[in-house]
Design a protein around this ligand. Structure first.
Ligand SMILES: NC(=O)C1=CN([C@@H]2O[C@H](COP(=O)(O)OP(=O)(O)OC[C@H]3O[C@@H](n4cnc5c(N)ncnc54)[C@H](OP(=O)(O)O)[C@@H]3O)[C@@H](O)[C@H]2O)C=CC1
Ligand SMILES: O=C(CO)COP(=O)(O)O
Length: 341
């Protein structure tokens, strides 16, 4: 591909803005598409996306736009940063505007209810003429806007997608590692949100450092167990999109999923916690879907079950914790010592 690729980022929220800013910092003109004309106009006037990053000036190479047809028809590389619930309807509505040969990269960390589909699966199915990839990793949008040193993963079976994304995004503060396990990378990004909610809840309870380490390690064990049952490569979970993203969202109050868990741990009802956040916390939706899938496939997921009980049953947090801590003793790394049934 040439150096003057036309680039579009879809979604003018936290992550869309952060990705557009990295691209623009590398000298690329970026169309940042958003649904809200008033927001686009405000960004044009102020040079800032105050709804998501108050006070932070955007690069002049980031152009806010609202005309979706023209944006898609003229783009060579498209990053999608929409919440998972909006993903399928958006792709269905805009499908005729995509062109053969375009690179389309999902940055969305969620799962679709119907058929338990990941976003890349929706793209591959709906846009077979395009080249699909997934961008995922420990990438708090707020830190990227501050140019904190950050690494991410571009996953695609297509070498052109991997190399082009590395070229477009890579810079002195943003490193882009490649993987071919698109399914595993994407699943890692979606699953960790559940455990970020749990970690936020634990932080509100002021648990000890041993406890935090136990939660993160057992979360990784549970995520990998689930992913293997679905056919993903567990080794992907050792990388940035697995343990890396799990670590950042389970330890940072910048994570929206962590913040929802924290609020619930402090006694705020779930609905109120989500409403007060005002941004997407994918983990709540993903929890429901993963719990159903795990039940259907018979995959033991005690942390998922425990969080669901805390959020949706009459059980107290202390009762759930007691149940988890007094369950039958089991294997540490079940790929070495198989888990007891
Ligand atoms: N923030 C982060 O640190 C990271 C987020 N992600 C993932 O990126 C995805 C997007 O998250 P993020 O940007 O943070 O979320 P935000 O809540 O910050 O922003 C969501 C954006 O999507 C727009 N949107 C919502 N529904 C629709 C719709 N139906 N049609 C068109 N646009 C819509 C919103 O528009 P409006 O403003 O008008 O409501 C907003 O621009 C999530 O899956 C998240 O997990 C991935 C890595 C890091
Ligand atoms: O995925 C993220 C960082 O990698 C962002 O997490 P939250 O959606 O919880 O803010």
């Amino acid at each position: 591909m040439s150096d003057n690729n036309k680039i579009a980022v879809l979604g003018g929220g936290s992550f869309g803005t952060a990705i557009a800013q990295v691209l623009a910092g590398n000298g690329h003109a970026v169309k940042l598409w958003m649904r809200d004309a008033a927001q686009a106009e405000a960004i044009r006037e102020s040079g800032r996306n105050d709804r998501y990053f108050p006070g932070l000036t955007l690069s002049p190479l980031v152009e806010p736009v609202t005309a979706i047809q023209a944006t898609l028809e003229t783009a060579d590389v498209i990053f999608v940063a929409l919440p998972s619930k909006a993903f399928r309807p958006f792709v269905a509505d805009t499908r005729p505007f995509f062109r053969p040969g375009q690179i389309v990269i999902s940055t969305t960390k969620g799962i679709e209810r119907e058929g338990f589909r990941l976003m890349s699966e929706i793209l591959v199915e709906a846009l077979p003429q395009t080249h699909v990839g997934v961008l995922s990793g420990p990438n708090l949008a707020g830190e990227m806007m501050q140019k904190e040193l950050t690494a991410t993963v571009i996953a695609s079976p297509d070498a052109r997608v991997r190399e082009e994304t590395q070229r477009l995004l890579g810079c002195g503060y943003f490193r882009v590692y490649a993987n071919i396990d698109m399914y595993g990378v994407e699943l890692g990004g979606a699953l960790k949100n559940i455990y970020a909610v749990i970690s936020g809840l634990a932080a509100a309870l002021q648990v000890g450092e041993n406890t935090k380490a136990m939660i993160i390690s057992r979360s990784l064990a549970e995520m990998s167990r689930f992913a293997v049952a679905l056919g993903a490569n567990p080794l992907t979970f050792l990388g940035l999109a697995g343990v890396g993203d799990l670590f950042v969202t389970c330890t940072s109050s910048m994570s929206r999923n962590f913040r929802v868990g924290y609020a619930v741990g402090q006694g705020t009802p779930l609905e109120q916690a989500v409403a007060e956040l005002g941004q997407v916390a994918e983990g709540i939706n993903t929890l429901e879907l993963v719990r159903e899938k795990a039940q259907e496939l018979g995959i033991p997921m005690p942390l998922v079950r425990g969080l669901h009980e805390i959020l949706y049953s009459d059980m107290t947090i202390q009762q759930v914790i007691k149940g988890l801590m007094t369950a039958a003793q089991n294997s540490d790394v079940e790929f070495i010592l198989p888990r007891q049934a």
